[in-house]
Design a binder for this molecule. Structure first.
Ligand SMILES: [Zn+2]
Length: 91
């Protein structure tokens, strides 16, 4: 009789890469949604720093909407294509 050994224990190497980057990197975008200087990109939902945002969009004069801030030109372009899709009618 040939006896085989079907179950070999292969040690599973499963390193957990979970670097904690809390306040270590001052340039990381740890933005707080409650910060008055922080707005939310209406397209992708990303938080955007109003002070450094380069892609903004102002509503038409007379509307009650606030200026919108986008994380990038792509999101702004998406928004401009169809503002109503994102719940805005006055842009
Ligand atoms: Zn975006």
């Amino acid at each position: 009789m040939n006896r085989q050994n079907p179950s070999q224990n292969d040690p599973v190497n499963d390193p957990v890469n979970d670097p904690v980057q809390d306040a270590l990197d001052p340039n990381s975008s740890n933005l707080d949604a409650n910060d008055p200087n922080v707005a939310r990109d209406p397209v992708c939902g990303m938080l955007v720093d109003k002070r450094t945002a380069e892609n903004t969009l102002s509503p038409t004069v007379g509307s009650s909407e606030d200026t919108l801030y986008f994380c990038g030109a792509d999101c702004k372009a998406d928004f401009e294509r169809d503002p109503q899709r994102y719940g805005y009618a006055n842009f």
